[in-house]
Design a protein around this ligand. Structure first.
Ligand code: HEC
Ligand code: HEC
Ligand code: HEC
Ligand code: HEC
Ligand code: HEC
Ligand code: HEC
Ligand code: HEC
Length: 354
């Protein structure tokens, strides 16, 4: 990282937690019935967050729009036939080798757009070997599982996930996931909850209800580019984690903090290139690419808000910057596409810059 924004103690602690290979999970008290809701006092944020992908990062069975609108999914993978069927809000996942079949109810739905299912069989958790992709409107191999060549029906059913890995999965896609040091499947709250980003918010809510506003959660508004990369990188993966784990090749396009920090635009102590400059975490990502022009022009061009760090302007175009300088890159396998946060001049035919 170019400039170290080491001023916030909690971020330092967080990085320590990450470098020991653990995600930092905030254990939080459960809400009780007579308390107000966040929505009572923060209605705008709460109602927009209800539609955000992060709020829906994990879902439990019942009226899932994707599964409801695709009630009969199936794909043949080698000798195995996979089917995902939905009836009356309940979905089942099934794999058959033509002679025998294994069928289980789907219990955990990961992902709002693409979906992978975490299945439970005989008390063990498995990741489904096939996932749903909106690009295909159908099933294909789960990202990362392409190397698996199943030798029997049980191996074809899913990839067994260890206790440690399932803690990580649920830790990024849900809230209140740990009790003691164990995964608490019964009591977790699906999706990234308010408290997951705003540590101390449950306590603040309880205090606020009694008119005490002395325990406000720490404001996250002032994060610079480096702070935000580390904060959002708890789940989106930090620059450090990506380098340390040698996650390279086109799959690393999904690790935005890493890609962004490798851009010439990235100035660690500058909030104009932080995740929050372009994304409101309480909303869906804005798909209207022209809306990002102002973010680029805050540094490039005459309107640069800070003359001392004004960057060069474009000789080619005055608008729609993202469409040329943040190319869309397919994941290996081609079933999902990400926006490359390595902002750059794209040269035709160049290999993926790592
Ligand atoms: C009884 C009203 C009330 C309830 C309930 C409440 N808050 Fe607040 N909250 C406030 C007030 C008042 C402030 C201080 C003014 C402000 O920043 O909006 C505040 C401040 C905050 C801030 C700091 C904002 C900043 O950037 O400085 C966060 C974050 C926050 N609340 C989150 C939550 C969450 C999450 C919940 C639910 C778990 C919650 N609040 C429940 C009234 C409430
Ligand atoms: C607790 C883990 C976690 C943290 C912390 C987190 N994210 Fe996410 N984020 C996710 C997950 C999981 C998804 C995928 C949700 C899905 O599509 O199901 C996601 C999706 C997104 C998306 C895509 C939204 C869309 O409309 O498709 C954006 C943008 C995003 N996050 C930005 C941020 C920013 C900015 C921060 C830091 C302020 C942040 N995230 C922090 C877990 C997290
Ligand atoms: C370190 C945090 C982290 C872990 C661990 C993690 N995820 Fe995610 N997951 C994310 C984030 C952030 C995104 C959004 C960006 C992306 O697609 O990479 C995401 C995206 C997804 C998506 C695609 C969502 C969409 O709407 O396109 C699926 C499906 C998914 N994860 C399933 C899983 C499963 C299953 C596991 C465990 C085997 C897991 N994840 C482990 C953070 C995590
Ligand atoms: C993925 C992380 C994340 C989640 C989840 C999240 N927030 Fe925030 N929140 C932030 C960040 C980052 C900021 C500061 C960014 C800004 O103000 O531009 C913020 C700012 C706020 C603020 C103060 C600014 C404002 O817009 O009023 C309030 C209040 C707040 N959040 C409440 C909530 C509530 C309530 C929820 C749950 C419904 C929630 N947040 C969920 C990351 C998150
Ligand atoms: C200069 C603007 C900019 C900055 C800074 C930025 N993003 Fe993005 N991001 C975008 C654009 C543009 C898209 C594509 C939006 C679309 O088409 O839906 C996007 C999409 C995403 C997505 C959806 C998946 C994907 O890759 O297409 C995630 C998740 C995301 N950003 C996370 C982050 C995180 C985390 C940070 C901070 C490390 C960050 N972004 C910083 C502009 C930005
Ligand atoms: C924090 C300020 C800042 C922001 C915001 C920013 N940039 Fe930059 N950008 C720079 C600096 C500094 C350089 C390097 C030197 C220069 O161009 O003056 C640079 C370089 C570039 C380059 C040349 C890269 C190369 O490979 O030579 C392009 C293209 C670019 N930026 C496009 C964008 C686009 C598009 C956006 C918005 C999505 C953006 N920038 C947002 C500061 C910024
Ligand atoms: C149609 C595609 C396209 C669009 C749209 C576009 N650019 Fe460019 N940009 C380019 C190309 C191609 C170059 C390289 C030109 C060259 O080297 O002769 C470039 C060069 C640049 C450079 C490097 C300038 C230098 O002197 O080194 C910056 C900075 C930049 N663009 C920023 C932006 C910003 C900011 C926007 C939006 C206001 C934008 N671009 C819109 C294609 C585009």
């Amino acid at each position: 990282m170019k400039i170290l924004g080491a001023r916030i103690l909690t971020l330092v602690l967080l990085l320590c937690a990450l470098s020991s290979g653990q995600t930092a999970f905030a254990a939080s008290p459960k809400p009780s019935a007579n308390q107000p809701a966040c929505a009572d006092c923060h209605s705008g944020v709460t109602s927009s967050y209800a539609h955000a992908a992060m709020h829906h990062a994990l879902e439990t069975p019942g009226a899932n729009p994707t599964l409801e609108s695709h009630p009969n999914l199936s794909v043949q993978q080698g000798q195995y036939l996979y089917t995902v069927q939905t009836r009356n809000g309940r979905s089942t996942y099934s794999v058959s080798d033509g002679t025998n079949a294994l069928t289980v109810p789907i219990r955990w739905i990961f992902g709002q757009h693409a979906q992978t299912w975490v299945l439970e069989k005989d008390g063990v958790l498995y990741e489904s070997l096939v996932s749903y992709f909106p690009l295909d409107q159908g099933l294909a191999t789960t990202p990362g599982d392409a190397k698996i060549v199943p030798k029997d029906l049980m191996q074809a059913f899913g990839r067994k996930i260890s206790a440690w890995e399932s803690l990580q999965c649920f830790g990024c896609h849900a809230s209140n996931v740990v009790k003691g040091k164990k995964l608490d499947l019964e009591n977790l709250s699906p999706g990234v909850g308010c408290e997951r980003c705003h540590a101390g918010a449950e306590q603040h809510k309880a205090d606020a209800a009694r008119g005490n506003f002395s325990s406000l959660p720490k404001s996250l508004k002032t994060m610079n580019a480096e702070d935000a990369g580390n904060f959002c990188g708890q789940c989106h993966r930090t620059w450090d984690a990506t380098v340390r784990n040698h996650w390279h090749g086109p799959s690393d396009v999904r690790f935005q903090p890493y890609r962004l920090a490798n851009s010439k635009c990235f100035i660690g102590n500058d909030p104009r290139i932080s995740c929050l400059a372009c994304h409101n975490p309480h909303q869906q990502a804005d798909h209207n690419l022209v809306s990002y022009d102002a973010k680029c022009l805050a540094c490039h061009g005459e309107t640069a808000t800070n003359a001392t760090s004004a960057a060069k302007s474009c000789p080619v175009s005055k608008s729609n910057c993202v469409s040329c300088h943040m190319p869309r890159v397919p994941l290996p396998g081609g079933h999902a596409i990400f926006t490359d946060h390595l902002i750059r001049i794209v040269k035709p035919g160049e290999p993926y810059p790592d």
